[in-house]
Write a protein that binds this ligand. Structure first.
Ligand SMILES: C[S@@+](CC[C@H](N)C(=O)[O-])C[C@H]1O[C@@H](n2cnc3c(N)ncnc32)[C@H](O)[C@@H]1O
Length: 320
């Protein structure tokens, strides 16, 4: 089966999930939407553009760390092993690891975005014809059933992009614990984590002058209009990204420019002028803070790599 790409199965409940999350989030006194719905086809394309913006340092810094250390990170990737990636998106960074792992048996990218998974799987199958690529459309926050071809192998987890930063520290512990369950016994996880740094540098990364991050944030409202029969006026909301020093996180929001109302799945929602819809958290860690978080989830932190400017970190966690 190596060299073939299995088509990613699309879970039937995704539209229902989206509608439920939107109705629940917009009914709260402090409105919010879940960041996992950013990544429809348009959102995934916009995120790829963000990763190439001059001020968006995380992708470049993490790719540089991987390029410098991939051979050591993946030294145990033999035929009997599978690489399991959580929130794989375009899988561009994965290529850096795969180039150093010619004997690896299988690769299972997991993502909620079937478009991103299909594009990435097709590309990787061409680039690495010996590798069995097995995409899985799933929410990694829920228990994941890995196909036998993957669960029958030793599993190396990969969780780049500082996606872990989208979860509160308590949620991050729960997520890392469930990943340990999916990768054990003998599991190992390579996880990318954005570091605390100068606030101006952080704010520039989430407020680019070209407006791509704003378009990415507003696309969540566009997706509601397209998929949930929404009547939101995208021109009546502003993108905002602020750093909460106490929480150690960037918060992204969409702020209503005026008093307005919109219908979504047949229900009416009201937005006051200046009222914010919270759309994403991006927690920043010190190296020691993240190692503590990983220990709380039952992992033993081992090696850690950073870039020259210490903007970003990549951690190796092993199941004891
Ligand atoms: C910040 S991007 C990172 C993409 C890629 N790993 C990288 O490092 O460039 C987050 C990715 O995780 C996916 N994602 C977010 N929440 C998810 C969830 N709960 N389950 C599965 N995938 C998720 C998104 O669709 C997106 O592709």
């Amino acid at each position: 089966m190596a060299g073939e790409t299995a088509r990613a199965p699309r879970p039937a409940e995704s539209a229902v999930d989206f509608a439920r999350d939107v109705v629940d989030g917009l009914s709260k006194p402090r409105k919010s939407l879940s960041c996992r719905f950013f990544y429809d086809a348009r959102g995934s394309r916009l995120f790829e553009i963000i990763t190439r913006l001059p001020d968006y340092y995380p992708t470049r810094a993490e790719a540089a760390i991987l390029a410098a250390n991939a051979a050591r990170m993946i030294e145990d990737a033999r035929e009997d092993a599978a690489l399991v990636e959580f929130g794989s998106g375009s899988s561009r960074k994965t290529e850096i690891l795969l180039e150093q792992a010619p004997a690896l048996g299988a690769y299972a990218p997991i993502d909620v975005s079937d478009h991103a998974l299909e594009d990435a799987s097709r590309r990787l199958a061409k680039l690495f014809p010996r590798l069995a690529v097995r995409p899985i459309v799933a929410d990694f926050c829920r228990p994941i059933r890995l196909p036998a071809e993957i669960s029958g192998r030793r599993r190396i987890g990969f969780f780049p992009g500082s996606t872990i930063g989208n979860f509160t520290p308590a949620e991050a512990v729960g997520l890392l614990r469930s990943m340990r369950g999916a990768l054990s016994p003998g599991g190992r996880l390579i996880v990318g984590v954005d570091l605390k740094k100068d606030v101006d540098r952080l704010l520039r990364a989430y407020n680019d002058a070209t407006g791509v991050t704003a378009a990415f944030n507003l696309n969540l409202l566009g997706r509601i209009n397209r998929e949930l029969d929404g009547g939101l006026d995208l021109g009546a909301f502003d993108h905002e990204a602020v750093y909460d020093e106490r929480e150690g996180r960037i918060e992204m929001r969409l702020v209503s420019r005026k008093d307005q109302a919109a219908s979504i799945v047949g229900r009416e929602f009201h937005f006051r002028r200046g009222e914010a819809i919270h759309t994403e958290n991006s927690y920043k860690y010190t190296i020691e803070q993240f190692r503590r978080t990983a220990r709380s989830a039952g992992w033993t932190p081992r090696r850690v790599w950073t870039d020259d400017e210490r903007l970003f970190s990549v951690h190796e966690l092993v199941a004891p």
